[in-house]
Design a protein around this ligand. Structure first.
Ligand SMILES: [Ca+2]
Length: 302
């Protein structure tokens, strides 16, 4: 028969073991992250989901749609590749090439500000360079970025504005603006006369507090917080944008049949605003939607 003292001792040892192993595991994870994050070497790579179309005969007829992930994420076998594939199903494949930009080494930083710096200074220029090398004469480029990925697409657009003749669309999804950074850098893209540029920003007021809900001076702002029926989530904007492409939220999110909302005052938001969704008429309408606006609020249907 075990005494009360022995029971206390045994439970104490079990608790101690749990704490010990939890602490050891935490130290190990931090150590691995520190090694992994200390010196990211790969700036990132561009992949297309329609490989048969990568060498178009007349590239000047084509447009590109590229999806870019954010902090501690990746593009391949993850939501950016999925999103690019879903967009590819919706567009005229003779006119549009769809893909994603993968920059996992730079995104895997302990401090998200360092990931944003890598995005702006290394990944963004690499994305622009890959586009210029292979598709420097396309007519229209739509870049979609989430969180830190917004700095990838923004820097890429700055370079593409200078070195190509393409019209540009930027879609910022819950843009991350690190403390001390200027939000008005996002969407501040100068295109030469005769070319068109438009930026939009879909965001939630979520647990990341003020860092991913900034009203952007140089993008058309849309607040979709009210549509997120769970804990307000930093990932919700890309999931919602996915729904505006496919007609439903990704699997595992909400229950089957949950409706998404995307119309305010007769204007469809999300993928519907892109040129590749419905052609020149859609794009012309987008160009009339002003940047720096008081955010449009999307609400669930009654
Ligand atoms: Ca947010």
């Amino acid at each position: 028969m075990t005494s009360g003292f022995d029971n206390i001792s045994i439970s104490s040892v079990k608790v101690f073991k749990k704490i010990y192993f939890a602490a050891a595991l935490t130290i190990l994870v931090v150590f691995v992250l520190l090694i992994k994050c200390s010196n990211p070497s790969a700036p990132g790579s561009l992949f297309f989901v329609q490989p048969e179309n990568i060498e178009p005969a007349q590239p000047s007829q084509y447009g590109l749609v590229i999806v870019v992930h954010g902090w501690i994420e990746k593009g391949g076998n993850d939501w950016p590749e999925d999103m690019a594939k879903e967009i590819a199903k919706k567009v005229d494949s003779d006119l549009w090439l769809c893909g994603y930009f993968d920059w996992p080494e730079g995104a895997d930083r302990i401090n998200p500000t360092n990931a944003a710096k890598f995005a702006r200074d290394t990944a963004g220029p690499k994305l622009a360079d890959e586009i210029i090398q292979k598709f420097g004469n396309v007519r229209h480029i739509h870049l979609i970025g989430h969180s830190c990925g917004c700095w990838v697409i923004n820097k890429a657009a700055e370079i593409l504005a200078e070195k190509t003749q393409a019209d540009l669309q930027l879609t910022f999804l819950d843009a991350y603006v690190p403390m001390g950074w200027q939000e008005n850098k996002l969407g501040d893209i100068k295109v030469t006369e005769g070319r068109r540029f438009w930026a939009e920003h879909y965001f939630t007021r979520d647990y990341t507090i003020g860092f991913t809900e900034v009203t952007l001076t140089n993008a058309h702002n849309v607040d979709i917080s009210a549509l997120d029926s769970g804990i307000k989530d930093h990932k919700f904007p890309w999931r919602w944008y996915y729904a505006t492409i496919t007609g439903q939220y990704p699997k595992s999110m909400f229950s089957d049949g949950t409706e998404y909302e995307f119309i305010v005052d007769g204007i469809e938001y999300g993928f519907a605003r892109s040129k590749e969704a419905d052609g020149e008429k859609t794009w012309q309408k987008s160009l009339t939607l002003p940047p720096g606006n008081e955010p449009i609020s999307l609400s669930p249907k009654n």
